[in-house]
Design a protein around this ligand. Structure first.
Ligand SMILES: [Zn+2]
Length: 182
């Protein structure tokens, strides 16, 4: 999938065009490239994202999900609620991890943008004109990694996420919860 297709899917999934979701795409792609891994089709990867509730750039998490295949549906992503824009991506089989955060200079510039001023006044993302948001998104999608991101070193990690269970008893319990009359 090229970055234009990825952005298209991201905007559809996310619901509006904003700079934080594409930043999540770029952070996810950069982390995958650094680890030398493909998008997770199952649970090959696990993501810790550092945004949190009430954070101005929570949309970041949706970009991470689209790029990496670490999703809430597959339970291979977890929010750490640190109030930051960063991602640690783990390659479970090869026991490697990398942390990618947003370049602080880029982040400071973004926070003084017209878009952030409008959001501070209570304008919803959908209400922000394309001439304001489009150039920001284009810049994020076309920038070099180092212009927008800070990519850490690949570290060793032995991380074992909890496995989803499909034993007879668990399936029976799920059936009982969803179809109590059955
Ligand atoms: Zn958004």
């Amino acid at each position: 999938m090229n970055s234009i297709e990825l952005l298209g899917i991201g905007v559809k999934f996310h619901g509006h065009k904003c700079p934080a979701m594409p930043l999540g795409l770029r952070a996810g792609l950069a982390a995958m490239k650094k680890l030398g891994v493909e998008r997770a089709s199952n649970k090959e990867l696990f993501a810790f994202v550092e945004t949190g509730p009430f954070h101005a750039t929570m949309c970041f998490v949706d970009g991470v999900q689209i790029a990496t295949g670490c999703t809430y549906g597959k339970a291979n992503i977890k929010k750490l609620n640190y109030g930051k824009n960063a991602l640690t991506l783990i390659d479970i089989k090869n026991k490697k991890a990398v942390r990618v955060s947003i370049n602080s200079e880029f982040q400071v510039n973004g926070l003084s943008s017209e878009l952030v001023k409008l959001r501070q006044k209570g304008v919803e993302p959908k209400g922000i004109k394309p001439e304001i948001v489009d150039p920001m998104v284009e810049k994020i999608m076309s920038a070099k990694d180092e212009e927008i991101l800070k990519i850490g070193k690949v570290e060793s990690i032995d991380f074992k996420p909890k496995k989803a269970r499909f034993t007879g008893k668990d399936v029976k319990n799920a059936m009982r919860l969803h179809f109590p009359m059955a």
